[in-house]
Design a protein around this ligand. Structure first.
Ligand SMILES: [Zn+2]
Length: 354
């Protein structure tokens, strides 16, 4: 993740931004008569909170995202709902922007409490259900293969698996009981929103567009300050960055009055943000291409340590390193699509400039 200038965006989440600067949690906010934003804390994470949106109608609530899966987060969500007289029993469904645990995490408890349906794009629903994701031993095996394909030695791959620690909550995450496709119009109590498939951060990332107010629930696709991690997750053949850039273009076709993101703060001027994000990745593509030229032939594992990151490479722990190496691989994969680098040895792809 990389920080960008927010000076050019029109910040509407003023209280959220002020709380961020104080290193504090923002308040629950009523954004319209039928819409609330509830910050749900994330443990030991620099993003600090995920913003859960509660959409109200006569026959109950729909949430956009659910929050991290632990007791502190659950209490914050329950308390947040209580500020406007609601309880988890009122939740009819959860629209999940993407499969990451800070977004889908509490969906399981909501489903168990009220029977709420859980909806995702098919690609992320499949990702959540994949035994190579849910079952710890299988996930470790798949990750080891992935790290080796990125150029890690066996020892480096094993060290990283150990550093990643247990991810026991994965096996208990909710499974989707509804699937949402691109451009699907979703009728909710009191609301109709349109799903916009915005792959990149994950293959099945969704934004939700309210045609009436033209507000965009942006998930992690359109954060105001940081660029979301774009990773060639376990698949060197994928073009996650190409997908992300296309998703940015798709969003900029829409008239968006305000972005309601899943982290940080609300803002206007989405077109400015889209341009900033594209510029960031073009600069990074140039930097990666230059580095490949210097090496003659290289692998993401080697290259990532030489690139510019928001903090010194040495200070990155295992998880941040793998995010950065995955991101480097995504840039290499996209340079390959653009015909600027070629690959030798498909099992551990080595990249060389053309
Ligand atoms: Zn997130």
């Amino acid at each position: 993740m990389k920080r960008d200038s927010v000076a050019d965006l029109d910040v509407t989440g003023g209280q959220q931004r002020a709380a961020w600067q104080r290193r504090d949690a923002p308040p629950v906010e009523r954004l319209r008569t039928d819409l609330w934003s509830i910050p749900v804390p994330m443990p030991d994470n620099p993003l600090r909170y995920v913003l859960v949106y509660a959409l109200a109608g006569d026959s109950g609530l729909t949430l956009i995202d659910a929050g991290w899966d632990d007791d502190v987060a659950w209490t914050a969500l329950v308390d947040g709902l209580a500020t406007f007289g609601a309880t988890p029993e009122d939740v009819r469904g959860v629209l999940v922007t993407h499969m990451h645990i800070d977004h889908v995490g509490l969906a399981r408890r909501l489903h168990e409490t009220s029977g709420a349906w859980v909806a995702l794009h098919p690609a992320d629903a499949e990702g959540l259900a994949d035994p190579d994701y849910r079952i710890r031993e299988r996930a470790a095996k798949a990750d080891r293969r992935w790290f080796r394909s990125l150029g890690a030695s066996t020892e480096q791959a094993d060290a990283l698996i150990a550093a990643m620690g247990p991810h026991d909550t994965r096996s208990s995450q909710a499974l989707a009981d509804r699937l949402i496709e691109h451009k699907q119009s979703i009728r909710l109590p009191g609301w109709t929103v349109t799903a916009i498939h915005t792959p990149g951060h994950t293959p099945g990332h969704l934004c939700f567009y309210d045609e009436e107010s033209r507000a965009m629930f942006g998930g992690d696709h359109l954060l105001p300050r940081i660029t979301p991690n774009i990773s060639a997750y376990r698949d060197p053949e994928s073009d996650a960055l190409g997908d992300f850039l296309q998703s940015l273009d798709d969003v900029s076709q829409l008239e968006v009055s305000e972005v309601l993101p899943a982290h940080e703060w609300r803002y206007r001027k989405v077109a400015v943000r889209v341009e900033q994000l594209k510029k960031h990745h073009e600069a990074r593509l140039s930097e990666v291409l230059e580095a490949v030229r210097r090496h003659g032939s290289t692998v993401p594992w080697e290259l990532a340590a030489e690139l510019t990151w928001s903090r010194p490479w040495e200070s990155y722990d295992g998880l941040l390193q793998i995010a950065a190496i995955g991101e480097t691989a995504a840039h290499l994969g996209h340079l390959r699509r653009r015909g600027l680098v070629s690959v030798t040895d498909e099992s551990t792809p080595r990249y060389r400039a053309l």
